[in-house]
Design a protein around this ligand. Sequence first.
Ligand code: SF4
Length: 465
Amino acid sequence: MFHELNEECGVFGIYGPDEKQVVELSHLALYAMQHRGRDGAGIAVTDSETIYSYKDLGLVADVFTAKVLKSMKTGHIAIGHVRNSRRAVVERFAAQPLVMRYMKGVMGLANNGALVNGHELRSALEHDGAMFQTSSDAEVIAYLVARKRVKSGSLEKAIVEAMDEIQGAYSMVLLGRHKLIAVRDPRGMRPLSLGRIGDDCWVVASETCVFDGIGAQFVREVEPGEVIMVDEYGLHSDRTHCGKEKPALCIYEYVYFARPDSVIHGKSVHEVRMEIGKLLAKEHPVEADIVCGVPDSGISAAIGYSLASGIPYGTALIKNKYISQAHISKDDESFERALKVKLNVLEAIIRGKRVILIDDSIIKGMTAKHIIGLLRKAGATEVHLRISSPPVFNNCYFGTTINDRGSLITSTMQVEQICQAVGADSLGFASVDGIHAVGGMENIGICDACFTGHYPMPVSEQIIV
Ligand code: SF4
């Protein structure tokens, strides 16, 4: 559904001998990652001579029409990207992959994440004569890598050197004329996994659900700090930056961003969400007749709450999946209008019932208010809101849309006030300690800075609660 919290992107890469399949599989992979970015989509492919790309704003289906797919060049290596913009105005140029010509040839790059020193690096490069076409960090990284490549012996060496300078969250795929490269930041803040189709086709993707969709076997996660390169000699790995930093996977990958059928760090996202639902039932019990989840990411937690509390689970909210992003701008009024089309209530399930409503987060409160209003209109006698993450008090500097602390309802109101503002009878959040204990999360190493203010690296503005 349209969500007040969004992430920046999903990336995909493929190195395969079957040229006919490379673009087709990339296209399917982008479909499987559509939930990670709805503002733009693109594919870049190389035939060893040059890199061809097609990208535009919109959903994958809007960008890659049958006509576009038919006209696309093919090759044996490709990268793909789905984008979610944090900005109200989405820049057409900023759709990815970026394809850059430079002294050593041509390179494609697609990134998921954000740099905390992106402005600093951009400014230093501009003072040195660089001209940027977009405001994206991906272009800064590409520029930096290109400069390093002029002196380094290879593209992968240039990337390893550039990693000394870039700070932040990034999971990237890069495309040279003869190689595919996958890179994950030293803290592993965004997920990135390696898979295989048969003996000689390698794939990388932001989420493992992509592999199921394209018939690939999961091999392993790309390690935090690792640079993987695939070329005609096979797969090679550079671990220069591995183990240098404490891992800090974004907790929201489990709570909301990832698809429930994905697996991260060997843990099923669906099962982790169910465990958080059980935690919520323990931390915030309430008498009620039915537990409902806000689709899609609230569903697993609602099932968990139901199992732990013994209160029956019911499907009460029906989501319309077919509205195009082209109908929606990012202002609040448009967001509300879109919500009306996007969600409807099954009145027969709700009428006369005390409802526990589970959602994954509450950012501005508009979504919660709208859904609670729908439930009351459908005859719910009570609505108890339970959130499967802790209250958000701080900005995220790593590529999500939690970037305006002043607009966070949880940072400006107390729980009772929020309850009143969204029209709930009661409200409870999962606790930070509770979340850390779920599924052995504390052993993985997670980022929880938007709840606690404990950032995994220095950021320009820290708000400690
Ligand atoms: S600050 Fe919050 S949203 Fe941002 S990476 Fe950390 S946990 Fe994720």
